[in-house]
Design a binder for this molecule. Structure first.
Ligand SMILES: Cc1ncc(COP(=O)(O)O)c(C=O)c1O
Length: 398
């Protein structure tokens, strides 16, 4: 039976990672894979994580199963982190939370829940969106469509087109929104736009599914959750997939959480029973270690403060890199406008060059990015920004 399986082409990002590893040039720059890097090019274990991990291991007396819904302290802490400390919704019985294997696991749990509630639901994602949204959401049989999002000329959100498209959706359509640090464009909605979206979702009876994978890495922990909190507070139902991969640096530990806001406590309870069954059928129990670390950090004032301060350093570094990159590109390539890089937020921006230029950057200048010219800003270092800007200028001129 298995001999009839088609061989699939390698995943583009994994292929890019392998090509980067094989490149022996000391000037090589990896702007492909979406992980945060420090000024030395490392993705270190955060100090707060290290400390919390020690505490967790010292106290741990068993490795027995936790539960399909995961660690209860973690779930409670994630409600507060995402929905806001002290917000009525964070403590509301209209909300249920389940731990998930990463933001990806949370997205898939949410998609499965939607499919059970409404097998013919259509999920509308931004054009463009993170490539993995497609298999995660459509893999369980949901139909996916796209709404206009990015205005390549301004580097911002094509807000009017987006609103027009959402306005035309049939009631009960699902709308996937990025809470902040839009992947791949870095173009985020501002507060006034979030307010308009929240009113539209409410008016048109659309179901928001919000993906928050970069809380704290754009404008700050509170500002990055502004739209999510506004929407969750106004609409009757919402799904929220949260990832702790980037803001806690816990990528390989697979830590995430799905929050479901229901119309009533009975609806939230029913959703929880469904999510537990979905989890049982997919992976049974989520991994414990990373969630225990996050629960420890968020439950301890000193660790919480230390983590926030490290996160602030990461965010500020990204902002400095954005400013320095846009400035260096303005000097090296005066004929092309790269100022969108300063206006955008989070780890990603499009460089805005064609596939041939991307190829020349890789083959001639050892600068690696995906074919759509998405760059991970955190993959740059202050010291190699001049090299990068010069490489872009040369690749554009070739
Ligand atoms: C937009 C977006 N959502 C969700 C995720 C989920 O990541 P993870 O499953 O590693 O937590 C990512 C990771 O790159 C992402 O970029």
């Amino acid at each position: 039976m298995l001999e009839h399986l088609d061989r699939l082409p390698p995943d583009p990002i994994l292929g890019l990672m392998a090509a980067f590893r094989a490149d022996a040039d000391s000037r090589k720059v990896d702007l492909g894979v979406g992980v945060y890097r420090d000024e030395r090019g490392d993705t270190p274990v955060m100090k707060a994580v290290r400390e919390a991990e020690r505490d967790v291991l010292e106290r741990q007396t068993t490795k027995t199963y936790v539960a399909p819904a995961g660690n209860a302290s973690f779930n409670a802490a994630m409600r507060r982190l995402a929905l806001g400390e002290g917000s009525p919704l964070a403590d509301s019985d209209r909300v249920c939370a389940v731990q998930a294997p990463g933001g990806c696991g949370a997205l898939r749990l949410g998609a499965e829940l939607i499919r059970i509630a409404r097998p013919d639901a259509v999920v509308h994602v931004s054009d463009p969106t993170w490539a993995n949204h497609v298999p995660l959401l459509s893999g369980c049989g949901l139909k996916l469509e796209r709404y206009p999002y990015f205005d390549a000329r301004s580097g911002g959100v094509a807000f009017e087109s987006m609103m027009r498209a959402l306005e035309a959706l049939p009631p009960r359509s699902v709308v996937l929104l990025h809470a902040s640090c839009h992947n791949p464009t870095g173009a985020d909605l501002d507060e006034a736009q979030w307010r308009e979206i929240a009113a539209l979702l409410q008016r048109r009876a659309l179901l928001p599914f919000i993906d928050m994978a970069y809380q704290g890495l754009g404008r700050g922990l509170e500002a990055d959750a502004y739209g999510l909190r506004l929407i969750a507070g106004e609409v009757p139902e919402a799904l929220i997939a949260v990832s702790c991969s980037k803001n806690f640096g816990l990528y390989r530990e697979r830590v995430g959480c799905l929050l479901v806001v229901g119309q009533s406590s009975a609806a939230a309870e029913a959703a929880l029973t469904q999510l537990v069954r979905i989890a049982r059928g997919l992976y049974s129990m989520p991994p414990d270690h990373g969630a225990a670390i996050v629960a420890e950090i968020l439950g301890n004032a000193a660790l919480h403060a230390a983590w926030q301060s490290e996160l602030t350093t990461m965010r500020e570094r990204i902002l400095q890199l954005r400013a320095a990159t846009a400035e260096a590109l303005a000097v090296a390539c005066p004929q092309k406008d790269f100022s969108h890089i300063v206006r955008q937020r989070g780890m990603f921006s499009y460089l805005g060059v064609d596939k041939d230029t991307v190829r020349r950057l890789r083959e001639t200048h050892h600068v690696y990015m995906t074919d759509d010219s998405r760059i991970n800003i955190a993959g740059l270092r202050m010291e190699n920004i001049p090299y990068f800007a010069e490489a872009v200028a040369r690749a554009l001129a070739q």
